[in-house]
Design a protein around this ligand. Structure first.
Ligand code: GPW
Length: 829
């Protein structure tokens, strides 16, 4: 063998994909990176060795991808998001690399517990829920559809808190995800950018006498890059997730600059590091969250400086910046990008306003994820002035030009001008971040058809009047890799066997091929067996953690999502309480045995949401213990719902609860994950539920509740929840049972805030939708008794979910919004 081919052969064993290569690399990584041999290795040692083995293989493809992307000068998508809720990497990367079976075999040969190794991974919880998980699904699909992309965000030291349940209450615990190190990331200490805060803005004349502006920040910190490779499925493309960690710059490091002020220097260092310390839970009042604004500016500034660095390195000029980069703003959290890109281009790179504005507008795109007024971000002008004086100036200048445009288009309409202004002048001046994002973006999109329509007719109506061509809909999607193949390997295997191939994994529409088999009794039986196995596994898991292991033969009815009044977990609960009353009144009540499972976190400061969690646990306590119920009803709370625990839940659900008040849930994505795994949905005409129902067939979906239009009409007519309470005996007795103290050891006060709120305010119309919900639940009860019929519906729910693959969403964005093309990366071994 000559030297070259020997080197190639050696490289193949180093990063090859065979069982032997994996096994050797694993042992090397155990020994050389951790100083352990198999006989003394801990679970974490084994996990780290496996992770490094996989990472080596990703890095090889990453280098190749970077090379190809640069050569082809492809337009790169930059997905700016304050959250990336990734979930465990190991199993997902093994699947995407196509080596999970080889890895399992290597593990077996070494006598290792493969599942246990996968279990040892601590997930990076760098997001709250839907929005952050969507960003993670999109990273997976960008790589899989071979689109060059960089995800930019914050490397929080503490992600979303861990939830423990103590005496039925949610207790938050710090998430120490970095405790054992993070084998997936590569720190880039030399790749750091300065980020300023405070100080003042000044004018000066440059060498040609041109008046320019510059910002003299009072304080500067550094953002350091931490890179995680994101592997596509079945391709060689690897994209980059680049998260920024804040640090004090060198000058703070107790050196010559700080002679005599050692403690001052230490303080400054701590202050700088605070910025990327902790993820903010959403649903918290925004007031006074100065640190949150700092986080937003911090990651936006680092990301844009990084893009500018890349562009200058490749072309030496910023003239064609917008042809090279498409920036997607994931809600308004990164909206400062509009002002910061203007500042960087004008102040740092000496561009004129018009050119800078054209580039900015051709670069940025904005996704809105909510219509709830309390979630629309605004920041006090006073805070802006103090932290970002130059950006405020730029925002004022953008606003002046923008409002002139509005005045010319709509003569004599100062009311409209005030509504559209980037500054809310009413009661304490505020910067409206959605307006900043909209004005600075080429395209604005909602996340489901209904949501996009409501966006145009309500929250952004004035903008739609002005620029209708800028508005789009891109319905959300989720990745079938993580939410089918990784979460539900048995179902994936059954589907692949029945289809005769696994094309569906990256072409979910092809599941339609299975449809003719939905009638097939043999398939139905196997389908049910897979579901029952998943239910058994979940039951064991829950049994070990809650003390109740539900019967896998019962109907698993699951509601898993953040706790919020608009998502109406209390509607579900009122139905459960009503069922319980039926059993108590008549021991012979004929009910399909059901296990109700809830999961989800409440924002630490959201009292009502936390009280809902307590009530669920309190109701479970009474019902699960009551001998009269005799196992017909079970109510369980899955603690610490996160990506990893979600993966246990989706395969085991028979029924998915998507019961938000119509018009409130922008899209929902859990609805898609459940349905892909064969759960039927009971749901309202809200968010993506509408499109899911249209796809799976109206006869395979349990619909109830008012439409968004009816909700609006009812609200305008003056909604009186009290009338429903009085008129509907079932409803009244369920609420009264809570109020009686039955679920609180006689304490009639504990849940009063909840019951009183329902009877007298009920902002999300739980009472108005209760009766229809109860009736539809009775239909569910009957339908589940006909196993053939149910299994058929379940199969059709899975096979008709093609539209909701995030690959489809990404193709929509690529074609309609970003105008980018796939850039395949060649394989050569
Ligand atoms: F308020 N969503 C979320 F719009 O999870 F920014 N967190 C958030 O902070 C916001 C929205 C925000 C969710 C939506 O509630 C959900 O309906 C949607 O499916 C998801 O974002 C992804 O688009």
């Amino acid at each position: 063998m000559n030297q070259l081919s020997a080197a190639a052969a050696d490289e193949r064993t180093r990063t090859g994909l065979s069982k032997e290569a994996l096994s050797r690399a694993f042992l090397d990584n155990l020994f050389y990176l951790q100083g352990r041999s198999l006989d003394v290795a801990t679970d974490n040692n084994l996990y780290q060795a496996a992770a490094f083995t996989v990472r080596d293989r990703l890095l090889e493809r990453w280098i190749r991808s970077a090379h190809v992307y640069k050569e082809q000068n492809a337009r790169t998508v930059c997905y700016l998001s304050a959250e990336f809720l990734l979930g465990p990497h190991l199993a997902n990367n093994l699947i995407n690399l196509g080596i999970i079976e080889a890895a399992r075999a290597a593990g077996d040969e070494l006598d290792l517990d493969f599942e246990q190794i996968l279990e040892s991974e601590e997930e990076p919880g760098l997001g709250n829920g839907g929005l952050g998980r969507l960003a993670a699904c999109y990273m997976d699909s960008l790589a899989t559809t071979q689109i060059p992309a960089i995800g930019y965000g914050i490397r929080y030291e503490f992600g979303i808190f861990d939830q423990v349940i103590v005496d039925g209450w949610q207790v938050e615990k710090g998430d120490t995800w970095l405790r054992n190190g993070n084998p997936w990331e590569i720190p880039r200490p030399k790749l750091a950018f300065p980020v300023g805060f405070g100080g003042y803005s000044e004018e000066y004349a440059d060498e040609y006498g041109v008046v320019r502006h510059r910002w003299r920040p009072e304080l500067q910190i550094n953002g350091v890059a931490y890179d995680t490779p994101i592997m596509g499925y079945g391709v060689n493309n690897v994209n980059l997730l680049r998260l920024w960690r804040s640090e004090a710059p060198e000058s703070f490091n107790f050196g010559a600059f700080n002679v005599g002020d050692y403690y001052g220097a230490v303080h400054a260092k701590i202050g700088a590091e605070t910025i990327s310390k902790v993820l903010y839970p959403n649903d918290e009042p925004e007031a006074g969250k100065e640190l949150r604004l700092k986080q937003q500016f911090f990651f936006v500034s680092c990301s844009l400086q990084d893009m500018i660095r890349l562009q200058l390195r490749n072309t030496g000029t910023l003239e064609h910046f917008s042809e090279k980069f498409a920036v997607q703003l994931n809600d308004t959290h990164p909206a400062l990008a509009v002002a910061e890109l203007m500042r960087l281009l004008m102040d740092e790179h000496l561009m004129g306003w018009e050119q800078a504005w054209t580039i900015t507008r051709n670069t940025c795109h904005f996704t809105n994820h909510t219509l709830l007024p309390e979630a629309l971000e605004t920041w006090p002008v006073e805070l802006f002035e103090r932290l970002l004086p130059r950006h405020l100036e730029i925002i004022y200048a953008i606003n002046q030009r923008f409002l002139d445009e509005v005045r010319v288009r709509f003569l004599n309409d100062e009311a409209r001008v005030a509504r559209m202004s980037l500054i809310d002048e009413g009661g304490g001046r505020k910067v409206r971040m959605a307006h900043l994002a909209a004005v600075g973006s080429r395209a604005i999109n909602g996340v489901a058809e209904l949501h996009s329509e409501l966006l145009k007719s309500t929250v952004m109506k004035d903008f739609n009047d002005l620029w209708p061509e800028r508005f789009h809909n891109v319905t959300n999607g989720v990745t079938p890799r993580r939410f089918m193949v990784v979460s539900n390997p048995e179902l994936a295997a059954l589907i692949t066997e029945t289809c005769g191939n696994d094309r569906w994994v990256s072409d979910l529409e092809s599941l339609r091929d299975l449809e003719p088999h939905a009638e097939d009794h043999a398939l139905q039986q196997r389908w049910r067996a897979v579901k029952t196995n998943a239910k058994r596994e979940l039951s064991d898991w829950l049994g070990a953690r809650t003390g109740y292991a539900p019967d896998p033969e019962s109907l698993f009815d699951v509601q898993a999502k953040r706790f919020h009044e608009y998502k109406r977990q209390h509607l579900n609960l009122l139905h459960i309480i009503w069922l319980y009353e039926q059993i108590k009144q008549n021991a012979n009540t004929d009910l399909t045995p059901r296990t109700f499972i809830f999961g989800g976190k409440a924002a630490p400061g959201y009292f009502m949401a936390k009280l809902m969690i307590k009530l669920i646990n309190a109701v479970g306590e009474v019902i699960n213990k009551d001998p009269q119920v005799n196992g017909t009803l079970r109510v369980l709370f899955m603690p610490d719902f996160n990506v990893k625990n979600g993966q246990r839940l989706y395969p085991a659900a028979d029924l998915s609860e998507q019961i938000s008040l119509a018009g409130k849930e922008a899209s929902g994505t859990g609805n898609m994950k459940f349905s892909m795994n064969g759960a039927l949905t009971i749901g309202t005409l809200d968010g993506a539920n509408i499109e899911i129902r249209d796809e799976v067939g109206h006869e395979n979906f349990f619909l109830f509740g008012m439409t968004a239009t009816e909700v609006q009409q009812r609200q305008e007519a003056g909604y009186q929840p009290w009338e429903y309470y009085q008129r509907n005996e079932q409803l009244r007795s369920a609420i009264d049972l809570i109020a009686s103290g039955l679920f609180s050891h006689g304490d009639a006060e504990l849940f009063r805030p909840l019951t009183e709120n329902l009877i007298h305010h009920d902002p999300f119309m739980v009472l108005a939708d209760f009766e229809d919900y109860r009736e539809r639940q009775q239909e569910v009860d009957r339908a589940y008794r006909d196993a053939h019929h149910w299994d058929r519906m379940s199969i059709l729910n899975t096979t008709r979910m093609g539209k909701f693959s995030s690959d489809r969403s990404i193709r929509d964005y690529a074609q309609r919004i970003w105008q980018v093309e796939p850039t395949p990366v060649e394989v050569h071994d």
